[in-house]
Design a protein around this ligand. Structure first.
Ligand SMILES: [Fe+2]
Ligand SMILES: [Fe+2]
Length: 171
């Protein structure tokens, strides 16, 4: 039976006969995916000044990573690499959208980002980028007073940790 599921992190809906292993849009673990009828809309969050700044910085980082992965996906000649880079780019774009929504702002335009012609160099760069994101998000999750900020940044830390595994495997 087809059931509409919904991701409690990014808010995207998923139609299928069972829950996906990960949210196909943001990469969140299955435990964050609920029946559409159980889904809670958090939308814009009432953020402390520090949390607002943290989201601002994180949106920038996500858009930068999204643009980098998009560049890497366009350059590679390898189908597996293209699939990875394409999905990583989509995940980061979804993260940027989510954070902008939490702040109640329009998503900013992504920056121009260059990348290498070499897949391994791009995977090594992906590794550095994901490490940077994980360190930042762990710190934000620990200092944020808002439960929704903690939930989102813990989930983002987990997702970027899986990205790091991908980059570690293929760099
Ligand atoms: Fe999601
Ligand atoms: Fe991300």
């Amino acid at each position: 039976m087809f059931r509409p599921n919904r991701c409690q992190i990014c808010g995207e809906t998923y139609l299928g006969t069972q829950k996906p292993d990960r949210c196909p849009f943001c990469g969140a673990d299955q435990r964050h995916i609920v029946m559409a009828t159980e889904w809670v809309d958090h939308g814009k969050v009432d953020l402390s000044e520090q949390s607002y700044k943290d989201c601002e910085r994180s949106v920038e980082l996500e858009l930068d990573n999204m643009a980098f992965y998009k560049c890497a996906a366009a350059k590679t000649k390898d189908q597996i690499m293209e699939s990875f880079f394409k999905r990583l780019s989509k995940h980061e774009g979804e993260h940027a959208e989510l954070l902008a929504e939490m702040m109640g702002i329009e998503e900013p335009d992504p920056p121009e980002v260059s990348c290498s012609d070499d897949d391994r160099e791009n995977m090594a760069e992906a590794h550095r980028r994901e490490k940077r994101a994980i360190l930042l998000y762990q710190a934000i999750a620990n200092r944020a007073p808002e439960p929704r900020m903690q939930e989102v940044f813990r989930a983002l830390t987990d997702i970027e940790s899986e990205h790091l595994i991908v980059s570690s495997t293929y760099r």
